[in-house]
Design a protein around this ligand. Structure first.
Ligand code: GLA
Length: 387
């Protein structure tokens, strides 16, 4: 990969000088969906697939971005100062956003840079190709300009870029998982205070399989922001009867006792998901620590059902993938992962059944949906680094 990237860099920007190559992962969330903006828990892990970049500082305060994934867009150019989101800059708004966010936080960027990116995360798959690109860019700047930044700060700056520059009101999960990834571990994160704990994922007899629905979505999708507003509204209503800071503060019992304060049945369902999903996530990590993968898998299935029926972010594509997975031999758990509305499912499948799983789920999906799903057996990898 490094060689291909350097070759492309030389071709686009010319050889010579101090050219460096960096990598940042994508992520998959095992459980804890749509809880991160509700002060709840999440349990994602970084993947060994992600985004690569070859970069060299320049002396003319110009930012030149090129992506091997969007070659038809050519080199996208901006000036270091006065960065604004521009439709025609397309994917390059993500790296621009991170540079802007760093500047907003007081970091001074005195030189420009030329960058060639390449990502092997399927685009718009819900595996955080955008968070990967953001954190990678932040990491590159930290390295090139010697910024004293902890990885958690880098995650927060990347989230700030996504919220304020891109305009998607996402939570912290994706950027955190990308920045803080650890090989063979998932990250148990309490989004109310960013306390986190690494939990080893030792699946001796099973694999993590991601099924990509190939239904494209972008977080720019207004339904993400809509769900977030529905939860905020429900929280306000609950706060008239119980003192809580976030939906994640509530137990199931407290929620049931006070839910009538929420004046709309749809908002009750949304809030119910946020509360129950948070409790499921805590329970799932407990089960995993006790070596009870079967219970972990059951909780993954319950998570999907709640996202389907109460949060309503699945759709026929993700439901077909998860529901078909549940019927297969050797499947311990399967659920949609990420924001939903398309994207991927994540399944835990016993080693000896992985091939059958891919064949059977793939066949049913194509018959029902009319196009193919893609399957990836994935490994859990580290956070960003220089190659
Ligand atoms: C997207 C967002 C995250 C999180 C998930 C849903 O991936 O970027 O912050 O809200 O959706 O769990």
């Amino acid at each position: 990969m490094k060689e291909q990237l350097l070759q492309k860099f030389n071709e686009i920007f010319g050889a010579g000088g101090d050219i460096r190559v960096y990598f940042a992962p994508g992520r998959v969330n095992l459980i804890g969906e749509h809880t991160d903006y509700n002060g709840g828990h999440v349990f994602p892990c970084a993947l060994t697939i992600g985004t690569y970049a070859a970069v060299r500082k320049n002396t003319d305060k110009t930012l030149r971005f090129y992506s091997m994934n969007f070659e038809h867009l050519g080199v996208i150019t901006s000036f270091v100062e006065g960065l604004t989101k521009k439709k025609e800059d397309d994917w390059a708004n993500y790296p621009k956003g991170v540079i802007w966010a760093l500047q907003q936080k007081g970091y001074i960027i005195e030189q420009g840079m030329d960058v060639v990116y390449f990502g092997n995360i399927p685009n718009a798959s819900g595996l955080s190709s955008s968070a990967s690109l953001e954190v990678l860019t932040g990491y590159i700047l930290k390295e090139l300009f010697h910024f004293e930044l902890y990885m958690i700060e880098l995650a927060l700056i990347s989230q700030y870029a996504e919220n304020k520059f891109i305009g998607v009101n996402c939570g912290i999960m994706d950027q955190f998982a990308v920045a803080m990834g650890k090989k063979d571990h998932a990250i148990f994160l309490d989004t109310s205070n960013l306390a986190c704990e690494y939990a080893p994922i030792k699946l001796d007899n099973a694999k993590i399989i991601i099924a990509c629905s190939n239904k494209k979505r972008g977080l720019g999708d207004s339904r993400y922001n809509e769900r977030r507003s529905e939860c905020e509204e429900a929280l306000k209503e609950l706060q008239t009867v119980i003192a809580v800071k976030a939906l994640g503060d509530l137990s199931e019992e407290e929620f049931e006792a006070h839910k009538s304060a929420i004046g709309d049945p749809v908002r009750i369902k949304r809030a119910k998901h946020a509360v129950y999903e948070n409790r499921r996530t805590i329970q799932a990590v407990k089960a995993l620590k006790a070596g009870n993968i079967a219970e972990f898998g059951q909780l993954m299935n319950a998570s999907h059902i709640s996202l389907r029926d109460d949060y309503e972010v699945t759709g026929i594509e993700l439901d077909t993938l998860a529901e078909t997975a549940w019927q297969q031999k050797g499947v311990m758990g399967s659920r949609m992962t990420g924001a939903g509305f398309g994207g991927c499912t994540v399944s835990i499948v016993e080693n000896e059944y992985t091939r059958e799983f891919i064949k059977a789920v793939g066949k049913t999906y194509e018959e029902k949906i009319g196009y193919k799903a893609d399957f990836y057996v994935v490994d859990i990898g580290n956070g960003p680094g220089r190659l």
